[in-house]
Design a protein around this ligand. Structure first.
Ligand code: WT7
Length: 630
């Protein structure tokens, strides 16, 4: 039993949880990692395979462009697959996959390596070389991780675009990365319908010029147009003699780029976060192992989408590096009924479930009867990520799903950090809504405008004081923005973009973004992207987007638009604008509400003051208005 302690809300791990845990003494581990940080990470790195060992663990001579494990050569995919095949996990299941329509597939480590090698050979035959960028735009099917791993195996750089994004977002990301190849599906099943991924990709390719070929995985059988000379079927390529069963992993430098992942920032177009083979590998391997306390017999399920960093680090790389068995599910959590997830947990005997507060709140709405119909006793550890978890959702997750037996790992991190940064481990006493303390060896702080630490329970900017192996290396093609965005507000420290408090026990309470990023259902969207999608409509002259609290999504987008002369407001028009945003960016970006206005609050320099709009919408005091233009 997780014992609740009064007063205050502290949940202490049971003797059973501690008994199993790899780490039993958190403070000792923190002391060790802080004592000799490089030694701590080197010890973890020793557990992995390197073609050549490093000369230096951390090279900070060019900071903030830090390098890790310099001089070493490796390949993350060798570590994800070949290492296990050599070491007795050859026939262990790597992935179990269930389609929304009930289809089932499984891959042993041996089978997964074979498929990855075959597709790596296909990529080579299409002219993909080390360092080339490949855009992957797919549904949640096993071919998605296979495509990612095949790219990395030959040293190409994957750029996965989430399948919920659409034309504009996809075109921009293909163009910015100058990808030569796009890998997609004929469609994806979502809530019983087909999302026409190939059609969206076709439309995006008209706006992006660099692409030479497109590989299409047949998933739905839904009719698509194949352009001769450009488009090829995955299954036909995989049946060719060039798709041989073996393709040795390319020996790459530890700092060789592994992937780009676009994420929304404060201004302008999305930023391409760059991660590399060596450090990212050590960071994701270590954090998953300790935080979710991975044991050999575990069945682990991270219910995120592989197209987000959560999927990259904790569906694909982290679990495979640990040689664990992961479950992957294609579709919607409540399809055909709200017990779908609970049914699959029972059916496959899932031990670890990692999801987001928005999903928990969404399923909680349907009531306790749905999960209560299922035997969830296989669950041992639960996880949460993406936004702060509210106490009601935490308690429901803890009691109804975890039956008060399973500790909840509330993991705070970002696309940029690559790995968990503030997180408990099973042995750590929990407080609902707090991610507890930084992972051992990570030094974080909460500071004021001047960069000085604030006192207990005072709100401030959340910063990171020291480098860590899986930190982003730069913004692809934009190193100046990397410095400006992350390292200039508080010189020497990494600015997370979040505000937080730290209590008297040193526990962190993340409050939310302090920049113009809105978290909708845990997905990160920039106000700039939504506004630019709105003004791309012929009837809109100017637009402003803000996030307002929403019961399930956490935040929902509300937009204000100024129309071009000659257009008059009405429900029809705002509905059309909402659909336009959904078509350009994807359904997640669809504004909840659009209000037509005559003017927008701006600073004298012309910047939209979104906080004024937000305060007005919430009926709150807008604060200092001295910069507001009359
Ligand atoms: C932002 C990063 C990291 C995987 C998913 C999101 C928010 C993330 C938590 C949490 C409170 C959280 C922060 C952060 N966030 N996890 N456990 N508690 N807030 O990655 O899209 O890069 O977003 O998500 O605001 O800055 P991302």
């Amino acid at each position: 039993m997780q014992k609740k302690e009064l007063p205050g809300e502290m949940y202490r791990p049971s003797a059973e949880v501690i008994g199993r845990a790899r780490v039993k003494d958190w403070n000792a581990m923190v002391a060790e990692a802080e004592g000799d940080n490089q030694k701590f990470w080197a010890k973890e790195a020793e557990e992995l395979h390197w073609f050549r060992k490093w000369d230096t663990v951390l090279d900070d001579s060019g900071k903030p462009f830090f390098k890790w494990f310099t001089g070493a050569t490796t390949n993350i995919v060798y570590n994800c697959l070949d290492r296990h095949i050599e070491n007795a996990r050859r026939n262990k299941l790597a992935f179990l996959w269930e389609g929304e329509n009930g289809d089932f597939r499984s891959y042993s480590y041996f089978a997964l390596r074979r498929e990855v090698c075959k597709f790596a050979n296909v990529l080579k035959s299409l002219g993909v070389q080390k360092g080339d960028r490949v855009t992957i735009y797919m549904g949640r099917v096993p071919e998605l991780p296979i495509a990612m791993l095949a790219c990395a195996r030959i040293g190409a750089i994957h750029s996965v675009v989430y399948g919920g994004f659409t034309v504009e977002a996809l075109a921009e990301r293909i163009d910015d990365s100058a990808s030569r190849l796009v890998i997609t599906c004929d469609g994806a099943y979502q809530r019983g319908k087909v999302v026409p991924l190939k059609d969206i990709a076709d439309e995006a390719l008209q706006r992006a010029a660099t692409v030479e070929s497109m590989v299409v995985v047949k998933r739905t059988g839904h009719d698509v147009k194949m352009e001769a000379g450009r488009d090829m079927w995955y299954h036909e390529l995989m049946a060719l003699p060039i798709a041989g069963n073996d393709c040795p992993a390319e020996v790459v430098d530890a700092e060789h780029p592994l992937f780009l992942l676009y994420t929304s920032g404060t201004t302008g177009k999305p930023k391409a976060i760059l991660h590399t083979h060596g450090g990212y590998m050590v960071g994701t391997y270590t954090t998953l192992k300790y935080v979710f306390d991975i044991h050999e017999e575990d069945r682990y399920w991270c219910a995120a989408d592989p197209g987000w960093i959560t999927g990259h680090s904790y569906i694909v790389y982290g679990p495979l590096l640990n040689g664990t068995t992961s479950f992957l599910y294609e579709g919607a959590p409540n399809y055909p009924y709200p017990n779908r997830w609970w049914q699959m947990i029972e059916k496959y005997g899932i031990n670890i479930l990692y999801t987001a507060p928005t999903a928990i709140r969404g399923l909680m709405r349907f009531g306790d009867a749905w999960p209560n119909r299922h035997d969830l006793s296989s669950l041992r550890i639960l996880g949460s990520v993406g936004e702060p978890i509210n106490p009601e959702a935490w308690k429901w997750y803890h009691t109804v799903i975890g039956k008060e037996r399973c500790p909840i790992m509330d993991t705070w991190w970002q696309t940029e950090t690559g790995m968990f940064m503030i997180t408990p481990m099973p042995c750590v006493p929990l407080k609902p809504g707090s991610g507890t303390r930084p992972f051992p060896g990570i030094i974080m702080d909460v500071v004021n405008e001047e960069g000085q630490s604030v006192g207990p329970n005072e709100e401030g900017y959340l910063v990171i004081r020291n480098p860590w192996p899986s930190m982003m290396r730069t913004l692809y093609n934009d190193p100046d923005r990397y410095i400006k965005q992350y390292w200039s507000q508080f010189p020497g420290s990494y600015m997370t973009g979040d505000s937080a408090k730290r209590d008297e026990d040193g526990y962190y309470w993340v409050i939310g973004r302090v920049d113009d990023v809105i978290k909708v259902s845990g997905y990160r969207l920039g106000t700039a992207e939504i506004e630019s999608a709105l003004v791309s409509h012929p009837m809109v002259a100017e637009a402003a987007a803000i996030g307002l609290p929403h019961e399930v999504k956490g935040n929902a987008i509300h937009a204000y638009v100024i129309l071009r002369a000659g257009n008059s407001p009405g429900d029809h028009l705002t509905d059309e604008l909402r659909s336009h945003v959904a078509h350009e960016l994807g359904p997640i970006a669809k504004p909840e509400k659009i209000t037509v206005v005559d003017s927008l609050p701006k600073t004298r320099s012309g910047k939209i003051m979104r906080r004024v709009l937000k305060a007005r919408a919430l009926g709150k005091d807008p604060g200092n208005l001295s910069t507001l233009e009359e």
